[in-house]
Write a protein that binds this ligand. Structure first.
Ligand code: 5GP
Length: 200
């Protein structure tokens, strides 16, 4: 049976990853979107088990000790991690999986699961990135500065990814990811089973 494809999406905070993914996911209701664990406090409107699994640091560290995460990283003072079992089970069952994680975590996945497809979403300009971060209004000014510094560090690593997508409009960027997914589906390494099973 065909194994699922693991897609990993990263990009600086404020690049609009969330918006692009919101455009993209409804077109693929069969994909599994991995919900991360975090020690960050919920923002207004965020729900446990929907946006994140919000947890205390002790619980997070215990899970990490017990090999419960596919990857994990510290980002601006908080821990984030991808629950491993849920992702691996879906891939084995043939489901495509999407992770939205920052670069340190993505690098870990590149090591442990190099057959994944790594997509880096960038803003069209740095002004636009600042504008989006400031417009969020859920972040203190010092946090915005911290996230902008962090964005530069992340952008330097974009060439490690399989694809780079410029988010000038969420709709267009989502279409670009759609095109990537279609092309990946058609790779002969994956599609040859179809030929063997149906045509030979
Ligand atoms: P935020 O606090 O804005 O929700 O997320 C901050 C950063 O953490 C974002 O870049 C987001 O992609 C990343 N992130 C969310 N979940 C995970 C995760 O499970 N692992 C890693 N490594 N990063 C994550």
């Amino acid at each position: 049976m065909r194994k699922g494809i693991l897609y990993v999406v990263s990009g600086p905070s404020g690049a609009g990853k969330g918006t692009v993914i919101k455009e993209f996911l409804p077109r693929h209701p069969d994909w599994f979107y991995s919900i991360s664990a975090t020690t960050r406090a919920p923002r207004p409107g965020e729900e446990n088990g929907v946006h994140y699994y919000f947890m205390e640091k002790e619980e997070f560290l215990r899970l990490r000790e017990n090999d419960g995460f596919l990857e994990s990283a510290e980002f601006c003072g908080n821990h984030y991690g991808t629950p491993k079992a849920a992702v691996m089970e879906r891939l084995e069952a043939g489901k495509d999986v999407l992770l939205e994680i920052e670069v340190q975590g993505a690098m870990q996945v590149m090591e442990s699961y190099p057959e994944g497809i790594f997509i880096f979403i960038v803003p069209p300009t740095m002004e636009e990135l600042r504008h989006r971060l400031e417009g969020r209004k859920t972040e203190e000014p010092s946090v915005v500065e911290k996230r902008l510094e962090r964005a530069k560090e992340e952008l330097r690593l974009a060439d490690k990814y399989t694809y780079i997508v410029v988010n000038d409009s969420a709709d267009r960027a989502a279409e670009e990811i759609e095109a990537i997914a279609l092309a990946e589906e058609g790779r002969s390494a994956r599609k040859f089973d179809f030929v063997k099973e149906n045509l030979l």
